[in-house]
Design a protein around this ligand. Structure first.
Ligand SMILES: NC(=O)c1ccc[n+]([C@@H]2O[C@H](COP(=O)([O-])OP(=O)(O)OC[C@H]3O[C@@H](n4cnc5c(N)ncnc54)[C@H](OP(=O)(O)O)[C@@H]3O)[C@@H](O)[C@H]2O)c1
Length: 333
């Protein structure tokens, strides 16, 4: 076992607010329970849900750490009772339900993925949240199959960039929308087949033109609001609409006759609230289907910028400014 300190630095907030509510604090190093491991965090990924949590609109679920941070990479420092799949000193990345913005973080052993030698830890920390979210929503809820076309909004976001790369690795044609020509150019460099500047043109008309009027089989939507009706116009017969965020508003007015006559499916999910056993199954599936591509260097996150743990407020400010491309991470070690 590695020698553990009694306390650690973590970054949390007392009350919701602007980025500067995020402050370093000293907390006891957590003790792993049955099925858990303690990870000495090297890097923690920053995700939009952390920003929404800090703003007070996405509280930590019962039992989860109130410290933000949904994904980490680092070294296993201690094992909880019954853990046999990992050893102390092993490098892992993990999906966690909170607590990532800290020097030490608890993770369930069955939510950890081994970090291949070729994968730097900053990149490892930038993978779990978007990989798990996109895999589940595009391929499991959206039933994406090779040869189909996927429309993704926010093409240069953490989620959007992962959707482009996974889509291409699994045989999809990927159309994205982005706010501005620079982001469109970046999305094309990441691998999108088509990038639509939604500020300069109507994405519904553009999708119609790109698909020769057929439409796309799947929409991965992080906007909602009035986008839902417009997304439905982009869907082909038997199309699937998957909601993962409601940045444009929670209410949508849609034509239910279209759902019937064009046999559309509307679904969605949030990852953080899912059960431990669901996340363990998803981890096992990703280990089998996607992790070999990571080990071979065929899938790497698009990295935007790294900030020191103590500069978490600056990382949130950058994310809220919306000019980032890909993933922001916190360097902890
Ligand atoms: N359901 C889940 O399980 C789950 C899990 C993780 C993340 N999410 C959600 O997925 C979204 C992306 O997360 P992230 O961490 O990748 O965040 P991010 O990198 O900050 O990306 C947010 C993106 O949203 C786009 N956007 C915002 N408002 C828009 C609007 N009105 N119209 C079109 N695009 C808009 C922006 O694209 P432009 O700059 O191009 O406009 C931006 O790229 C967030 O809303 C997050 O809460 C959901």
């Amino acid at each position: 076992m590695l020698k553990l300190p009694a306390t650690m630095t973590a970054v949390g907030f007392e009350a919701p607010g602007a980025p500067d509510v995020l402050r370093p604090e000293t907390l006891p190093v957590p003790v792993p329970g049955p099925g858990q491991v303690l990870v000495r965090v090297a890097f923690a990924g920053v995700n939009r849900p952390d920003v929404v949590q800090r703003q007070g609109f996405y509280p930590a679920p019962p039992g989860a750490s109130p410290i933000p941070g949904l994904e980490i990479a680092g070294t296993v420092a201690a094992l909880g009772e019954g853990v046999t799949s990992l050893v102390p000193g092993q490098q892992v990345c993990a999906l966690v339900s909170g607590g990532g913005y800290a020097q030490y973080c608890l993770a369930r052993a069955d939510h950890c993925l081994p970090v291949p030698e070729s994968l730097p830890l900053d990149q490892a920390a930038a993978l779990p949240e978007t990989l798990f979210t996109v895999w589940h929503n595009v391929f499991e809820r959206g039933w994406a199959c090779e040869g189909e076309t996927l429309l993704v909004h926010g093409g240069t976001s953490g989620i959007g960039s992962m959707a482009i790369m996974l889509g291409k690795l699994f045989g999809l044609t990927v159309i994205v929308t982005c706010g501005g020509p620079d982001k469109c150019a970046a999305a094309l460099r990441i691998g999108a087949d088509h990038a639509i500047d939604y500020k300069a043109s109507d994405f519904v008309e553009e999708v119609k033109a790109i698909t020769g009027g057929k439409g796309v089989e799947i929409v991965l939507d992080m906007v909602a609001g009035d986008y839902v009706a417009r997304n439905m116009k982009c869907l082909a017969m038997d199309g699937r609409h998957v909601t993962i965020a409601v940045q444009g508003g929670v209410k949508a007015q849609i034509n239910m006759a279209q759902v019937m006559t064009r046999r559309l499916t509307l679904t969605g999910s949030t990852l953080r609230a899912r059960s431990d056993s669901f996340k363990a199954l998803l981890t096992a599936e990703i280990l089998q289907t996607v992790w070999p591509l990571v080990a071979q260097g065929k899938l790497r996150p698009i990295m935007d910028q790294a900030f020191a743990l103590e500069e978490a407020a600056a990382a949130h400010t950058r994310m809220e400014a919306g000019t980032h491309i890909g993933k922001i991470v916190l360097a902890v070690a």
